[in-house]
Design a protein around this ligand. Sequence first.
Ligand code: ADP
Ligand code: MG
Length: 312
Amino acid sequence: SRRRLDSRSGISAGLLTEIQTSITTEPLESVYEITGELGRGKFAVVKRCVEKATGKVFAAKFLRKRRRGRDCRAEVIHEMAVLEMSRNNARVVNLHTAYETDHDIVLLLEYAAGGEIFDHCVSEELLPEGVHHLHQSNLVHLDLKPQNILLTSLSPPGDIKIVDFGLARRLGAVGELREILGTPEYVAPEILNYEPITTATDLWSVGVIAYMLVTGESPFVGDDKQETYLNVSQVNVDYSREAFSRVSELAVDFIRKLLVKAPEDRPSAAECMSHPWLWQPQLCLSPEPTATRIIRERSCGIKWAAPPEDTE
Ligand code: ADP
Ligand code: MG
């Protein structure tokens, strides 16, 4: 029978259990004022909230303790533990404190005011840096995608913050990791093939994100999940199409090196960081079709989005 990608079986193996952050049971609302919603996923909703005493803004991630009728508190504790392990990683969102309600554990996270990286120019070298740092701690994120990479501010574009460590795992803790995880468009071929997961799995995602940043398109997305999975497992990428016409050779080289089927043939995050594409100063253009707005110019290491198509 077909294995389903969203199968949660075996997922609890290798979860981290030790946390330092205390989980408060007093009402969150007595300390924070909730001022809006920032995003949501399958089992979580993230709300903007302001600490009443200080006016400081945080992102409160409400994680359901029960999911599909199952107690998932251990998964939430694991997510907290991964965030704690990444505390010294400047590219990972900081965990401030946590609350517990009847239904949720609420993580009070550093607020990334710039939102998701997508319609914005972002420096691509910051992502390999953050991923390198994670990998040095033996952590793999396993769900790197535009929605999980945020900007600290928009103008000027700030630093990036990696969020959402729900699928992250520590390597080596429980032998080989062969879990079925991730989001169809961003999932690596080894995950589809139920082959071992390594740090190289995250590098596939870095390649997908780089592709999306320069073309504005998702490289593998098909009309349905099955078509997407087929595109991924065949590494069906079209580098010749129109979308690539204004993309530099170096950017194509960077992406080509990452989007390869064999995980061991992909560069490491550290190797990515020294790729010449990331060290090439160019103009950074916003992707809006008419307003070709220069967002930022820097002398080194920036990803420059392709200029917008002039459509009439
Ligand atoms: P899920 O596990 O449900 O995908 P995420 O942690 O990815 O939850 O959060 C969902 C969305 O909420 C993100 O894609 C992002 O848009 C927003 N978000 C999450 N964390 C923050 C944050 N620290 N600051 C601002 N927005 C955030
Ligand atoms: Mg997410």
